[in-house]
Ligand binder design. Structure first.
Ligand SMILES: *[C@@H]1O[C@H](CO)[C@@H](O)[C@H](O)[C@H]1NC(C)=O
Ligand SMILES: *[C@@H]1O[C@H](CO)[C@@H](O)[C@H](O)[C@H]1NC(C)=O
Ligand SMILES: *[C@@H]1O[C@H](CO)[C@@H](O)[C@H](O)[C@H]1NC(C)=O
Ligand SMILES: *[C@@H]1O[C@H](CO)[C@@H](O)[C@H](O)[C@H]1NC(C)=O
Ligand SMILES: *[C@@H]1O[C@H](CO)[C@@H](O)[C@H](O)[C@H]1NC(C)=O
Ligand SMILES: *[C@@H]1O[C@H](CO)[C@@H](O)[C@H](O)[C@H]1NC(C)=O
Ligand SMILES: *[C@@H]1O[C@H](CO)[C@@H](O)[C@H](O)[C@H]1NC(C)=O
Ligand SMILES: *[C@@H]1O[C@H](CO)[C@@H](O)[C@H](O)[C@H]1NC(C)=O
Length: 211
């Protein structure tokens, strides 16, 4: 009887140890909050992300992936949209659009901003962190959770500031585009509608863009 209990105990102990050795990255915890974001087309998306890990671990590389299918069977070679060490490892269409909000990974902040959002950005995304323990052992972890991007139609309007106008005097009209994005500047077209119904597009010096 004792022998049996001892055998069972030993077995469970060794099982747990091998389990830990197989997955040394288990104590890394990645949190997306919220788990779904709904950016507007043409603007940008911020994916808020943070992680925790033991003090004896240092994160070196953050890689963001776009899930190619519902099961999110990622192929690292083709599905990465951001690589913190080598941007050429990211998909062409995302390379210049994605950046970390906080470049210093010791801040445990993995939030990214994606600029110039289009409907094709709809989908699930995952983060992989790789780093090393003080012992020198390397480890990597892919977030088991996913964060969803559901792109909505643009409904923010630019705001226009018109000063009092005096005939014959030049006037400065100020227009502010929606969003707080660092992507490509918006295309601005000023149009003028006189007393009639005709709409005239103003050209030349009417499209100064300041950010
Ligand atoms: C991971 O972090 C979240 C949020 O801080 C927490 O709710 C959760 O319990 C943590 N999980 C583990 C395994 O530490
Ligand atoms: C890191 O520290 C944790 C406890 O903080 C310990 O359980 C783990 O074995 C350590 N891992 C390495 C690789 O040193
Ligand atoms: C970056 O990644 C590309 C594509 O995988 C590879 O050809 C290149 O050698 C890498 N550059 C560095 C500095 O690792
Ligand atoms: C991550 O960094 C960004 C930019 O500094 C900041 O706005 C955000 O609040 C940070 N998130 C966390 C969880 O600290
Ligand atoms: C580090 O890796 C070596 C070789 O893979 C392994 O023998 C050792 O147990 C690992 N150390 C820790 C603390 O996990
Ligand atoms: C903005 O203008 C550029 C250059 O004329 C053009 O390539 C681009 O498609 C325009 N973008 C939109 C959203 O109209
Ligand atoms: C409006 O445009 C039409 C066609 O281009 C033109 O025939 C008409 O004279 C214009 N009206 C005014 C008030 O400019
Ligand atoms: C537009 O106006 C600004 C300010 O008056 C001037 O500095 C700039 O050279 C002008 N640009 C063009 C293309 O006329």
């Amino acid at each position: 009887m004792w022998v049996l209990i001892w055998a069972a105990l030993l077995l469970s102990l060794t099982e747990r140890t091998t389990c830990q050795n197989k997955d040394p990255a288990a104590p890394i915890n990645i949190t997306f909050s919220p788990a779904e974001i709904t950016p507007q087309a043409g603007l940008c998306a911020v994916i808020p992300c943070s992680f925790t890990h033991p003090d004896n671990f240092t994160a070196h590389i953050a890689i963001w992936f776009k899930c190619p299918d519902a099961r999110c069977s990622i192929k690292p070679g083709t599905d990465s949209i951001f690589h913190s060490k080598n941007s050429s490892k990211a998909q062409e269409g995302y390379r210049r659009r994605v950046s970390l909000l906080e470049k210093d990974l010791t801040k445990k902040n993995c939030s990214i901003i994606i600029n110039d959002i289009t409907k094709t950005d709809d989908g699930d995304y995952q983060l992989r962190l790789s780093g090393s323990f003080n012992s020198g052992n390397r480890s990597k972890l892919t977030s088991p959770e996913k964060v969803k991007i559901a792109v909505k139609a643009l409904n923010q309007k630019p705001s226009v500031l018109t000063p009092p106008l005096t005939e014959g005097e030049p006037a400065t009209l100020t227009c502010t585009a929606p969003g707080i994005c660092s992507g490509t500047p918006p295309n601005i077209t000023w149009t003028w509608r006189g007393t009639g119904d005709n709409i005239t597009a103003l050209r030349d010096n009417a499209t100064l863009c300041k950010r």
